[in-house]
Design a protein around this ligand. Structure first.
Ligand code: FMN
Length: 188
């Protein structure tokens, strides 16, 4: 699959078959991630990779945490967590992505951008490998205590997202994009 085909066919997938992803496959995706552009070669991205056993441990831990379970949005919080717990066992793997924060605002912005580029590399590599993906910022997964559970320190690393990976049950339709003319200014 060439780069354009991967870009066009990558879709946000939320329904997975439950098939596991092996470590060698995940290493291929992580290798694609680290070739993203990175100013000053800071390589600010950090990945915590959860296999299905780790996902099961995380799923058992999340509902025991009142500060995560009882979000301020009481009407939505528990239902959202219940939906998350229903879906997590269907994933082949979960990758938690953070970037190392810089006290310098300009460097921090560039490092966030680099980590986002690495994340997209990973998603495109997954697409090319026939693996479905979902860049999620689910509040339970992004909670500082969940970050700590994954081994990252929220005081020094920012949460970029949780990447759900697995074999898609079906390819979702592409949500439409606006015409390029609404987003591009040509200067000559
Ligand atoms: C930074 C980021 C965070 C996202 N977080 C969520 C999320 O928490 N829940 C969700 O349903 N989709 C999330 N998405 C996925 C978008 O909803 C999705 O990309 C969009 O609907 C376009 O669909 P596509 O990815 O299939 O092209 C996120 C995307 C990005 C880039």
């Amino acid at each position: 699959m060439d780069a354009f085909a991967a870009i066009r066919s990558r879709r946000t997938v939320k329904d997975f078959t439950g098939a596991p992803l092996d470590r060698a496959t995940l290493e291929t995706l992580l290798d694609a991630a680290r070739w993203a552009p990175t100013h000053r070669l800071s390589e600010p991205w950090r990945f915590a990779v959860l296999d299905q056993a780790a996902i099961a441990r995380l799923s058992a831990w999340l509902p025991t945490q009142p500060q995560i379970r009882d979000t301020p949005d009481a009407a939505k919080g528990p239902a959202k967590l219940a939906k998350l717990l229903e879906r997590l066992p269907t994933l082949g793997a979960l990758i938690n992505v953070t970037w190392v924060r810089s006290p310098n605002a300009e460097i921090d912005r560039e490092d966030l951008a680099a980590a986002a580029a690495a994340t997209q590399n990973l998603l495109l590599a997954a697409t090319a490998a026939g693996i479905g993906s979902f860049w999620s910022t689910n509040p339970a997964l992004g909670h500082p205590d969940t970050q700590r559970w994954c081994g990252s320190d929220p005081a020094s690393e920012g949460f970029l997202g949780s990447l759900w990976l697995g074999i898609a049950k079906q390819q979702p339709p592409a949500p439409p994009r606006r015409p390029l003319s609404e987003r591009v200014r040509w200067l000559s």
